[in-house]
Design a protein around this ligand. Structure first.
Ligand SMILES: [Zn+2]
Length: 407
């Protein structure tokens, strides 16, 4: 007997409806007229069933710390966090992280990559809390904890180097940082790749998060990826500078990114709030060249990034809300384009962070969201209810108190 049978569900790219049978956390059959009994049944009644959202870039440690004063720039937001983080205790990280993970789950996110700052001032308090949350939320939200090098630079024998390595020993899933901020960018990138190689973990870097026209760190990271055989295990987040270089330069960098098998994560809601702060009149958006990257065959996902902190005082850990912002800023408004946007927050994000067995197919993990819509366009435009969130074949969150879809 199956654990769960979802009847009459509409999928993103198939006409008509299908039935989806689930057993032991995985989809065993998906198609027309799937037979067999199940312990629990959901009648989707033609609603859209999508693989659960994957928020591939968040800062759980910073989330929900927005101050009343606000900040004037990215540099000020970084300083704001450095100042506050000195006083932050582990319980503070746990409380805020827990609230965000609950918000995310209720909005249909069942996998998340969190960049957690490691610095001399902060030590490993953020990492320890995130690893605790990872265990606490296992079975609800799959959390990837990435140690992000904060304040200072990981120069040889520095305390920061020691802390980053200790974070990996404690169980951090990967390494991150913002080497573009440093004059020693290349050494910095070399070090991250060496340490990641030593512990065999993936890399996810903040790349050229600046209004300036530059692809310096993007191109160096691409070259390093090929040189170290790290293709498919590196993510470049932001890549704002790529938007500002000329078209020929951009095409060159995009080709290098494609050759290196790097996934790009764009953070439109964060860029819109933080970038172009010095501009008057025509304010730059800072969002990277998503269309050109995709046309070149690069995997591009969107993510929420900062959730109610100094970097962005907005956000609800809601990937459907981020989809609407992404669609608007990327000028993707046709039904086909809106489907592509939804894929960027699901399939593409899952591929970027290396989730196996993702998708609605036999053998796929049963992490699903039933949306009160009949198409991706309707879901994004209408910001519809996430009727039911399923994680590992179990109903993990329900927002259908009025209707009665679970039989
Ligand atoms: Zn970030």
């Amino acid at each position: 007997m199956n654990d769960l049978l979802i009847r009459r569900a509409r999928l993103m790219d198939e006409p008509g409806t299908v039935d989806v049978a689930i057993k032991d956390g995985y989809i065993v059959a998906a198609g027309g007229g799937v037979a067999g009994s199940a312990r629990q049944m959901i009648d989707a009644a033609g609603r859209l069933l999508i693989p659960a959202f994957v928020d591939a870039h968040t800062h759980l440690d910073k989330a929900l710390t927005a101050s009343r004063e606000g900040v004037a720039s990215l540099a000020e937001a970084i300083e704001d966090f450095q100042r506050r983080s000195r006083k932050m205790e582990k319980n503070d990280f746990l409380d805020r992280g827990r609230r965000v993970l609950k918000m995310a789950l209720s909005h249909g996110t069942t996998a998340m990559r969190a960049h957690i700052t490691v610095s001399e001032a902060l030590g490993l308090r953020g990492i320890e809390a995130a690893l605790e949350l990872k265990r606490e939320f296992a079975g609800k939200v799959e959390l990837q904890v990435f140690a992000m090098a904060g304040e200072g630079e990981p120069v040889p024998a520095s305390p920061l180097q020691e802390l980053l390595e200790e974070a990996l020993r404690l169980g951090a899933d990967g390494l991150g940082g913002a080497p573009y901020l440093s004059e020693g960018m290349r050494e910095w990138v070399d070090y991250i790749f060496a340490l990641a190689g030593k512990y065999n973990v993936p890399i996810d870097l903040h790349v050229d998060e600046t209004d300036a026209p530059t692809v310096a760190s993007l191109e160096y990271i691409a070259a390093k990826t090929v040189q170290t055989g790290y293709q498919g295990r590196v993510v470049a987040s932001h890549c704002c500078g790529l938007a500002a270089v000329d078209d020929a330069r951009a095409a060159q960098a995009i080709a290098a990114v494609k050759d290196a098998g790097i996934s790009v994560i764009t953070l439109p809601s964060c860029e819109l709030y933080l970038m172009g702060r010095q501009d008057r009149g025509l304010v730059r958006r800072g969002v990277t060249r998503v269309g050109e990257l995709q046309a070149a065959g690069v995997n591009v996902a969107y993510a929420s990034g900062n959730i109610r902190d100094a970097f962005r005082p907005f956000g609800n850990a809601d990937m459907l809300e981020e989809a609407l912002i992404t669609a608007q800023v990327l000028q993707m408004g046709t039904p086909l384009e809106l489907k592509k946007v939804l894929e960027m927050g699901t399939y593409n994000a899952a591929a970027a962070i290396g989730l196996n067995d993702y998708g609605i197919k036999a053998g796929g993990r049963a992490d699903l969201v039933l949306l009160d819509a009949s198409s991706p366009a309707e879901a994004i435009i209408g910001q519809v209810e996430k009727v039911c969130v399923i994680k590992g074949g179990r109903v993990a969150a329900r927002n259908d108190k009025k209707s009665d879809i679970i039989i």
